[in-house]
Design a protein around this ligand. Structure first.
Ligand code: PLP
Ligand code: COI
Length: 346
């Protein structure tokens, strides 16, 4: 018998979950005080109580992560490359003066929170997953600008479906002229909440015009592709996978994994600047990230010009193969030859 057959599951409509928040039974919390992190506390309360002078509220001293947990074809519960998220969280922490969170605390939190909420991990074959959201916040009260003296590290999980309606269905993007997301030497390469607040006006502007996704160009020259609001850009040109090199974009773990899969497929991989004009040379384009997985992009509009990719409503063959390989590795249907899956014993 498959392990998952004996596991009790929450009665959710797994195949139709949006990318939204569903309350689960527990989240886990660690507190930093006097130079060290406490042990983790699993709590059922989904609310937090904060001092009104907490710097995360005033000065945005907050960073977060996003990773996914899957049930595999043989009933294991696995997370995808969680150590990479732990490392990136620490890079974000360092940049905004939050004390490092030891990797073993991150992995322990993940294992405990998934175990405590195992019935919310969507069953294999539904296309859904459990999205894990770790966050670190400055909570010690202060009013003058400076880092907090106390912190919280919290992790929760929630079952999710596709980020963009339709999943692996192409969307059109608007490259923004009048909004920037990140300054060249700012925090664009970190996963801090302020970057996403800065993106809200642009993404709402684009949504009203019928674009579910926005593209940001480099803010210094407005000449090169940086990334999308919630994901990295990839383009296919002949036998080459091309993705931007920029120090103001988030180093995507999905993109890194796809470059490795692309090489396995015999593609060449280039990480370099991509001028907006070069978009005309790509046969396929995609938005890649944990939430977006690979969302094919069939059109990018910029200053009255339209660049088109793929075959209208259909993704191109290279993105389709990349998508199939990535999602099959995540669900154990394809060999995990790079050792990306971290099993969580329930
Ligand atoms: N870029 C931005 C701005 C993001 O928010 C994300 C999502 O985390 C990504 C890229 C993709 O990163 P990852 O693949 O590690 O989820
Ligand atoms: C993710 O893909 O994990 C992200 O954090 C993007 C977010 C806007 C949902």
């Amino acid at each position: 018998m498959n392990k998952s057959d004996t596991r009790q599951k929450a009665g959710l409509d797994w195949g139709n979950l949006p990318f939204g928040y569903v309350k689960t039974d527990y989240n886990i919390r660690y507190f930093y005080k006097d130079g060290s992190w406490s042990g983790g506390q699993l709590v059922g309360d989904e609310m937090i109580s904060l001092n009104i002078a907490a710097p995360c509220l005033h000065y945005g001293q907050e960073c977060f992560e996003g990773l996914k947990v899957f049930e595999t074809v043989d009933g294991r519960i696995v997370s995808f490359r969680p150590t990479e998220n732990a490392r990136r969280l620490n890079r974000s922490c360092e940049r905004i003066y939050i004390p490092r969170i030891p990797e073993q605390i991150f992995i322990e939190a993940l294992e405990k929170v998934v175990k405590a909420n195992a019935k919310y991990v969507p069953p294999f074959g539904t296309g859904a997953s459990m999205y894990i959201r770790p966050l670190a916040i400055g909570i010690g009260a202060r009013v003058g600008l400076g880092p907090a003296d106390e912190y919280a590290f919290i992790m929760f999980g929630t079952p999710v479906g596709p980020y963009y309606k339709g999943g692996f269905t192409p969307v059109k993007a608007l490259a923004l002229e009048d909004f920037d997301r990140a300054a060249p030497q700012g925090v664009g390469d970190c996963k801090v909440g302020g970057n996403y607040a800065a993106g809200l006006a642009g993404s709402q502007y684009a949504k009203k015009k019928g674009y579910p996704i926005v593209m940001y160009l480099d803010s210094a020259e407005k000449k090169y592709v940086d990334e999308f609001g919630t994901s990295n850009f990839i383009g296919i040109k002949g036998n080459t996978y091309v993705t931007p090199k920029s120090n103001s974009i988030l180093p995507s773990i999905t993109n890194d994994s796809l470059t490795i899969i692309a090489k396995d497929m015999g593609l060449k991989v280039e990480r370099r600047q991509i001028s907006i004009d070069e978009l005309g040379d790509f046969s396929e384009a995609g938005a890649v990230g944990t939430a977006a997985v690979i969302t094919p992009v069939n059109q990018v509009d910029y200053r009255g010009r339209s660049f088109t990719f793929g075959n209208g409503d259909q993704a191109g063959p290279v993105l389709t193969e990349l998508y199939n390989r990535l999602t099959k590795i995540q669900t154990g249907e394809m060999e995990d030859k790079h050792g990306w899956l971290h099993e969580i014993k329930i």
